[in-house]
Design a protein around this ligand. Structure first.
Ligand SMILES: [Zn+2]
Length: 203
């Protein structure tokens, strides 16, 4: 949520942030990023779910994927994503631990072909947060707690005005975080304007 235009130009060195890196996150640098377009208005948070292999929690395969160190031979499923180069800014484990892969000021590779709030190529001006999970599965209280704190901290430094799922910015192509994600709970916890949250399909 943007409090004002100057929110985005506020100094980034405080107790929560060091530049575009969150101090509470375990830093795991990904090479999969690039510069944002000049003047990008970082006003969108995109939520995802991921686990590798799908439905197996607690391992390190997602971090390996995001850092281009995944052993493609380690599991049959990995053959289907062989060579994939992707990233997100953040990953929230089932136990609530926060990992960060890309500086928020840089463009991470999580959205793909996408359109939201009238703008395409959402990677340009969004922040990607992955929740360890699976489409259809629910998420843990620890994950919601970390997510709420992270979104709050992001909104203090970026002009965040929208939060949506991958399923909302790439409908028909993507379905994460999926029906197990509790949007009303997030909205109640964040207490941001209702207009910040995704509308039901057709709404
Ligand atoms: Zn996604």
């Amino acid at each position: 949520m943007a409090e004002s235009a100057e929110a985005s130009s506020r100094p980034m060195n405080d107790d929560r942030w060091q530049g575009g890196w969150h101090r509470a996150a375990v830093r795991r640098d990904s090479p999969n990023f690039g510069p944002r377009p000049a003047g990008a208005l970082i006003d969108l948070i995109v939520l995802h779910s991921i686990s590798l292999p799908p439905g197996q929690y607690g391992g390190d395969a997602v971090a390996a994927l995001f850092t281009n160190t995944l052993d493609w031979e380690a599991h049959p499923y990995f053959q289907s994503i062989r060579g994939l180069q992707v990233s997100a800014h953040f990953f929230i484990r089932r136990d609530g631990v926060l990992w960060q892969f890309v500086d928020v000021g840089q463009r991470a590779w999580h959205a793909g072909v996408s359109c939201y709030r009238g703008r395409v190529q959402c990677n340009d001006d969004s922040i990607g947060i992955e929740l360890e999970g699976l489409e259809g599965d629910t998420f843990t209280p620890a994950q919601y707690a970390t997510l709420v704190q992270l979104c709050t901290d992001l909104a203090q430094h970026y002009p965040v005005a929208h939060i949506a799922g991958h399923e909302h910015i790439a409908p028909g192509r993507k379905r994460d975080p999926g029906p197990g994600f509790d949007w009303p709970h997030l909205e109640q916890q964040l207490a941001w304007s209702h207009a910040c949250f995704p509308r039901p399909a057709g709404g």
